[in-house]
Ligand binder design. Structure first.
Ligand SMILES: Cc1cn([C@H]2C[C@H](O)[C@@H](COP(=O)(O)OP(=O)(O)O[C@H]3O[C@H](C)C(=O)[C@H](O)[C@H]3O)O2)c(=O)[nH]c1=O
Length: 186
């Protein structure tokens, strides 16, 4: 029996993954990842790394991060505590939705996760204090291949729902995209 319901989103390459927990009088048991169930959505191969991020303050923005090919990766982003506004930006060269973004409201309560295929930058804003995310990555962390866009870049025009609070110096210091930015060739 499927424990994950998959729903396509307006940007091809993004899917909403809704957990179907098994609830009983003790609480619940939920599946967070299933290679078989996600294979049909494009997840190929094993999980290479699983990461956790904890964000203390509402309004904090992390991102927009991606790894350049050949280290481009798939991510399954799950919120285990609090709520976040999770954003993916299409960076795929030649994509009809190049530089368009989509946001999903992820929370511990709504059970939704965002599946992001390679070629997207990812970021989020904490909608509550104490927001925790769990990331499943299809590729190992490759610092030399890491890249980022400024989450406030006017060319992205991401409509963050709350006033932007804390950002890392790296994220805040990302230069704006030039007209020459071509995205990633997968
Ligand atoms: C991604 C990653 C980072 N790190 C190190 C690098 C830094 O010293 C430290 C924090 O990394 P960073 O500032 O990139 O953390 P976030 O700002 O939360 O970025 C993350 O959140 C955004 C929204 C993402 O989508 C990325 O998955 C991830 O970059 O952990 C590792 O050791 N392994 C890793 O896989």
């Amino acid at each position: 029996m499927s424990r994950l319901a998959l729903a396509p989103l307006p940007l091809a390459g993004l899917l909403r993954v809704q957990r179907r927990p098994l609830v009983d009088e003790r609480g619940f048991f939920a599946r967070l990842f299933c290679a078989d169930e996600l294979a049909g959505a494009g997840w190929a191969g094993p999980i290479a790394q699983i990461n956790q991020s904890y964000t203390a303050l509402q309004g904090t923005v992390r991102g927009m991060h991606y790894q350049k090919p050949p280290h481009a990766e798939m991510k399954l982003v799950t919120c285990l505590r609090g709520e976040v506004w999770d954003v993916a930006v299409d960076l795929r060269q030649g994509s009809p939705t190049f530089l368009q973004w989509h946001a999903e409201h992820l929370s511990a309560d709504n059970g939704n996760a965002l599946l992001i295929l390679p070629g997207f930058a990812h970021g989020f804003q904490a909608l509550t204090d104490h927001a925790e995310l769990l990331y499943c990555h299809s590729a190992a962390y490759a610092p030399a291949a890491e890249a980022g866009l400024n989450p406030l870049d006017p060319r992205l025009a991401v409509a963050w729902p709350l006033p932007v609070g804390q950002m890392s110096p790296r994220d805040a210091g990302q230069p704006g995209m030039t007209e020459e930015f071509e995205g990633v060739r997968l």
